[in-house]
Design a protein around this ligand. Structure first.
Ligand SMILES: Cc1cc2nc3c(=O)[nH]c(=O)nc-3n(C[C@H](O)[C@H](O)[C@H](O)COP(=O)(O)O)c2cc1C
Length: 413
């Protein structure tokens, strides 16, 4: 078992204050980086193979290089902690308990990309997380780690907390930028990408808070040490949220390559009900896996061919004997309620999914229930300002196969 990178303290430990973070090696990476070549930070992140932990697994260094290549007086870094996906608690846990790991990651990203402005992007009702970051920022400012001339160097970095509206789409990167600019927090059409033109048209790197929290460890220990953990194509560790169905619920850290069975049994203590796992959904917007996949190592390259992905690790489990219709209707309803209304194909798709699945649940689906689902998903694909269309379709399309018998029986097919 590899050592933890992020969750280095007992699960019930309070917020890691500046002294505790420093005692564990915190801010050593920043100290070395401000005295050295900022290009070294970018090289370390590139060589580490760090993938975004917000769900899409985009290589962090690709984004950072885009922002670094822009010629602009002001650039920004956004740490996205707007976690709103049902079943996912890892970002809230990380920000509340390890705020300095996020802040140091932001500062290193700013140094590497040439940014001077940072935003910790949280949701307005995240009182615990807002308070944790406020205190951490005060500590960091007093110690010269944030603000003018960080640690006496030429590098200055101002950080603010942004309180975003409580909506799912506000976590999407262009929606986050829109909210920071004072807008309603709705996704925008791309390109331009945030790295080219983000906040007020200035280059902006948006990363998930967990992605950023890996960075100081990578810079301190080197990319090879990071790559020694996890799998070749999914380096490092990942945070997972085990919900209340587990004997030991909570946020856990495990290296990529850990199997679902290990995660559920060794970390989660098994299911509270004692029933067997029938299906696994790595997160709300991911395709379903089945009990056959319990011994598959969790990694992007292993789950992609199975029509799924590790997502943001907000794990959902369907138990043997459980009625799947409420689960599927719940997913469809969530995406229908949370789509922002801007893109007609997204409105159409999410409404159609909910309509058809509610019909099936009511015994009125008939033999052709799957066809309108497949048709609308194929039509709407890639036609939105953001990827909510694909996120809503992944679980529902996979459910047509994984739960074909349940759906046919309910539909009266
Ligand atoms: C509808 C929607 C909601 C999203 N919500 C979040 C979120 O709450 N937190 C997050 O980090 N990324 C979220 N994302 C992904 C972001 O757009 C973006 O890819 C991410 O913040 C980039 O960070 P990463 O590359 O470090 O993963 C969302 C995307 C979509 C389409």
């Amino acid at each position: 078992m590899s050592p933890p990178i992020l969750l280095t303290r007992p699960a019930d430990a309070p917020r890691q204050d500046l002294d505790a973070y420093r005692a564990a090696g915190g801010y050593e990476a920043l100290r070395a980086a401000v005295a050295g070549d900022p290009g070294d930070v970018l090289r370390a992140v590139d060589e580490s193979g760090l993938l975004g932990r917000g769900g899409a697994a985009f290589p962090a260094a690709v984004k950072w290089k885009l922002a670094a290549a822009q010629d602009a007086e002001v650039k920004h870094v956004v740490a996205n902690g707007g976690e709103h996906e049902p079943g996912s608690e890892k970002d809230k846990f990380l920000v509340a308990r390890y705020p300095h790991a996020v802040l140091e990651g932001m500062a290193l990203c700013a140094l590497a990309t040439g940014a001077t402005r940072g935003w910790v992007y949280l949701i307005e009702d995240m009182a615990e997380q807002i308070a944790a970051v406020e205190v951490a920022l005060e500590e960091a400012r007093a110690a010269g780690l944030v603000g003018e001339r960080v640690l006496g160097s030429e590098f200055s970095f101002e950080v603010s907390i942004h309180r975003a509206p409580t909506t799912y789409v506000a976590g999407e990167e262009s929606a986050a930028i829109d909210s920071i600019e004072g807008g309603p927090g709705k996704p925008k059409k791309k390109p331009p990408y945030p790295g080219e033109a983000g906040i007020h048209g200035q280059p902006t790197t948006v990363n998930n808070v967990e992605t950023l929290a890996h960075v100081a460890w990578i810079v301190r220990n080197g990319p090879d040490a990071y790559r020694a953990i996890g799998t070749p194509d999914s380096p490092g560790t990942m945070l997972f949220t085990l919900g209340d169905r587990f004997v030991k619920p909570g946020v856990v850290e495990a290296p990529f390559g850990t199997t679902w069975r290990q995660l559920f049994e060794e970390h989660g203590g098994g299911l509270e009900s004692g029933r067997a796992v029938r299906a696994i959904q790595p997160a709300m917007s991911c395709g379903f896996l089945t009990a056959e996949h319990l011994d598959v190592g969790i990694a992007h390259e292993t789950l992609r061919p199975l029509g799924s992905s590790p997502g943001c690790g907000g794990i959902r489990v369907v138990e043997e004997g459980e009625d799947v219709l409420p689960v599927l209707v719940g997913i469809a309803q969530f995406f229908m309620d949370e789509q922002c209304g801007q893109c007609p194909p997204c409105r159409m798709e999410t409404n159609q999914f909910a309509h058809v699945l509610k019909g099936v649940q009511a015994g009125k689906g008939g033999a052709g229930y799957a066809e309108p689902i497949r048709k609308v998903a194929a039509f709407a694909r890639r036609k939105g300002h953001c990827s909510l269309i694909e996120m809503a379709a992944a679980p529902i399309l996979s459910a047509l196969d994984v739960f074909a018998e349940d759906l046919a029986a309910a539909a009266g097919a």
